[in-house]
Design a binder for this molecule. Structure first.
Ligand code: BGC
Length: 768
């Protein structure tokens, strides 16, 4: 057995090639290519075909490995050079053991890459991505990714399966919780901020992880919002509405991309050459590597593309570099090579890209780069990280209703009944995908309220309802042990207890909604109401006629029509993460004035889905209500319950008319559009001022409006500020029927306002 240390020359070459990288953008693209190429070529000359194929194999150690390192199969595989990377393994000691096997026991001592689903924080959990997007705060989003990177590297990781940038217009799809909502432009900005937060100024930094943009592509377009379902859409729609965030992440320098489970134009993404090579590499210039999603390679057989050898060859030729878990590459590529079904050059190219990723991460300089037991102790779940998580959570909440200024609540005097299955609950605070998150350490809503009011307000608590009383549903939610626990008391007794508590109180705070496993992967729902057990409790409470504040947890838009009619206030808190209870209490009692805005449209009923603000006009546009022979429903308005961009504050903001610097422009001139925003209420507050542009006459039917900018401003009570947007022809561009990205001269409507449905507008003519 050779040791890593007796083979230093290999690593010396890499050390000599280290360069200081420029800041920011395009980290992966601006590597010292020549030196990297020479190093990788030198290494590949020594590699056998088996070893090259081994680099293309990504295995998992199992979701919950925090104890023993890996199973025997994996240990042997590493030593034989049959494994390029592991995911699901973390902790300095665990990672070191596995890395030891690779660099000490394998013939060429090639280090492994260690990945994990770090989605919204590693140990310190941030709001779910849909909640993060509701902050409309790119700085907080980037910081959250940086904190996650710091914690992840402190536990030996160098690769995260994030950001998830899939556009979603269908709230039935459980994974809408993992992305940034429905808007391609905002989605792109957030994708870029996440990549920068993860990768930092150089992937070689000790606290940088390589991002993995997923799921490429169009995964959020699953028919009927049903998980893993077929996606079929026009190229025009892809380019205009679904692809921009992936491209923005590539432009920001993301080092890797994960292919999706679905088909694109009838071919599974994982084996789709147009997608993985023509679009991604040739059109967009992506230089990193592509990994499949979990067994999406072998699932190509179920899609009807052939047996494992066939789909593996297809995927390699299409541009897939690494196979997650399916072992299709590992077990079939050599034979396919012998049979002439794949070429040596194709295997070499994939292997080169995986090795390049390791090189860019500095793993050849030091395979143990981030394995430092000290950092593991000092950088993880720190007070400082929790502060950022709390800040993010506070900024992510969206105030949906606040009749008679019932919020904020008074910090002293009176009695508050805190009821509902999510009130005294730690587990569901975290939301989906929290592999290393320790829910026991999260702050419940009840605890948070106690921290803020101490003994100054009397609190009475009752659980009031189970998350659900439906035993079958419950089984599906409990895919991990103890995820949802059922109170054995009859539902009527629990409701009675909540009613009793409420009778003693001046105000009811009902904490309800979705539990952790009700959104995320494989969590599609056909009914997106607050579950019946909880709704029954709310109905009983509403009968008391006491003011009711609903704090709603949700991994997706819920149909809150009844709640909107019956509650005095609704605060949407998504799944806020570790600091949930503290952040919620800060907002409920007015220590922080909520400013979050929806990034996804909330329907009135599931029958309106898919519903999104940037729709087309149709030939028979809807006007003011259901009318015969218009594009609408007989039984309900087309308008959503809460539109994209919507969110209230404890204060209110007035908007002036839009002032334009010019009304006739030519060519590359720039336009300045300005509004004065006035804080008309008694509280200081932040407002996300939104810019939309409409292009009413064009060569194709355009969206009624598209978000093109925003500006988050802070205003003291009574203060007014001018908010200006600079508009260039770049913001007027769209994909025409030939998929050419350009703008067409004519009239444009510039809209500025507080949400997508409430704007002031002005018209401008722009000639070429
Ligand atoms: C999910 C991915 C995830 C992967 C690895 C898949 O089932 O679709 O988002 O990164 O598993 O855990």
């Amino acid at each position: 057995m050779k040791s890593f240390f007796s083979n230093k020359p290999l690593f010396k070459i890499a050390a000599a090639a280290m360069l200081v990288l420029p800041l920011g953008n395009a980290v992966a693209q601006t590597q010292p290519d020549a030196k990297m190429n020479a190093f990788v070529s030198g290494l590949m000359k020594k590699m056998t075909v088996d070893e090259k194929i081994g680099q293309l194999n990504l295995v998992t150690s199992g979701m919950a490995i925090t104890g023993s390192v890996t199973n025997n199969g994996v240990d042997n595989g590493i030593a034989k050079g049959q494994i390029g990377g592991i995911f699901g393994l973390y902790g300095v000691e665990n990672v070191r053991k596995a890395q030891d096997l690779a660099v000490k026991n394998s013939r060429l001592h090639i280090p492994l890459i260690f990945g994990l689903d770090v989605i919204h924080g590693h140990r310190t959990i941030f709001p779910i991505p849909l909640g993060m997007s509701a902050t409309w705060d790119l700085d907080i989003i980037q910081r959250s990714a940086h904190v996650a990177a710091k914690e992840a590297t402190a536990e030996g990781l160098n690769w995260v399966f994030s950001p998830m940038v899939d556009i979603a217009r269908d709230a039935r799809w459980g994974r809408i919780s993992e992305g940034s909502g429905e808007d391609p432009w905002l989605g792109g900005k957030i994708a870029g901020a996440m990549v920068k937060g993860y990768q930092g100024t150089s992937l070689k930094n000790a606290d940088a992880v390589m991002a993995c943009v997923k799921h490429f592509a169009l995964y959020g377009g699953a028919e009927a919002g049903r998980e893993y379902n077929t996606v079929d859409m026009s190229r025009l729609q892809m380019y205009q509405d679904y692809l921009p965030p992936y491209k923005a992440a590539v432009d920001a320098g993301a080092g890797s991309i994960m292919s999706s489970f679905n088909t694109v134009d009838g071919i599974p993404s994982t084996g789709n050459k147009w997608l993985l090579t023509d679009l991604l590499r040739k059109q967009w210039g992506f230089k990193g590597f592509v990994v499949s999603d979990y067994t999406s390679l072998s699932e190509m057989s179920n899609h009807g593309l052939g047996d494992l050898p066939q789909v593996s060859a297809l995927a390699l030729k299409a541009g897939l570099d690494m196979d997650m878990v399916a072992e299709g590459f590992l077990n079939t590529l050599k034979k396919s090579l012998q049979q002439g079904k794949v070429t040596q050059a194709e295997i070499d190219l994939a292997c080169r890209r995986v090795l390049e990723a390791k090189y860019k991460l500095g793993l050849f300089d030091n395979p143990y780069k981030s394995l430092n037991a000290e950092n593991e102790k000092k950088d993880v779940f720190t007070e400082e990280n929790r502060k950022v998580a709390r800040l993010a959570a506070e900024h992510s909440f969206v105030l949906l209703k606040n009749a008679n200024q019932i919020l904020p609540l008074k910090k002293s005097g009176g009695t508050i009944a805190v009821v509902g299955p999510l009130a005294d609950n730690k587990r569901d605070m975290l939301g989906t995908w929290v592999i290393a998150g320790e829910w026991e350490k999260s702050v419940s809503v009840l605890e948070g309220i106690k921290h803020v009011v101490g003994d100054n307000v009397k609190l009475v608590y009752a659980k009031g309802a189970n998350i659900t009383d439906d035993a079958e549903f419950m089984k599906r939610l409990n895919f991990g042990p103890g995820m949802v626990s059922l109170d054995s008391r009859p539902p009527g007794d629990m409701i009675e207890e909540a009613v009793k508590a409420a009778k003693k109180a001046d105000i009811v705070v009902a904490v309800v909604g979705e539990s952790q496993s009700m959104s995320g992967e494989s969590s599609s729902r056909s009914d997106i109401d607050v579950p019946e057990s909880q709704k029954n409790m709310l109905k009983a409470l509403a009968k008391l006629g006491k003011p009711m504040v609903i704090v709603v947890f949700n991994g997706r838009p819920l149909t809150l029509t009844w709640e909107n009619e019956n509650a005095a206030a609704i605060l949407d808190v998504w799944a806020p993460g570790t600091e949930a209870g503290n952040a919620i209490a800060e907002v409920l009692f007015g220590n922080y004035n909520p400013a979050g805005k929806l990034t996804t449209t909330f329907p009135r009923t599931v029958g309106q889905i898919p519903i999104y603000y940037n729709h087309k006009n149709t030939g028979r546009p809807y006007t003011d209500g259901p009318t015969k022979f218009k594009s609408n429903y007989l039984d309900i308005s087309n308008d959503p319950l809460f539109p994209f961009g919507y969110g209230l504050s404890y204060t209110s903001f007035g908007y002036s008319d839009v002032k334009l610097s010019k009304t006739n422009l030519k060519g590359a001139e720039t336009l300045t559009a300005t509004v004065t925003v006035t804080n008309k209420g008694a509280y200081a507050g932040e407002e996300v001022v939104q810019l939309y542009i409409s292009d009413p006459v064009a060569s194709i039917s355009r969206s009624v409006k598209e978000l093109k900018g925003f500006n988050k401003v802070n205003l003291q009570a009574g203060e007014a500020k001018e908010v200006s947007f600079t508009i260039t022809p770049e913001q007027l561009k769209f994909y025409n029927s030939q998929l050419k990205y350009d703008w067409e001269p004519g009239e444009f409507i510039i809209r500025i306002g507080t949400n997508s449905a409430d704007t002031h507008s002005a018209k401008v003519k722009w000639q070429k």
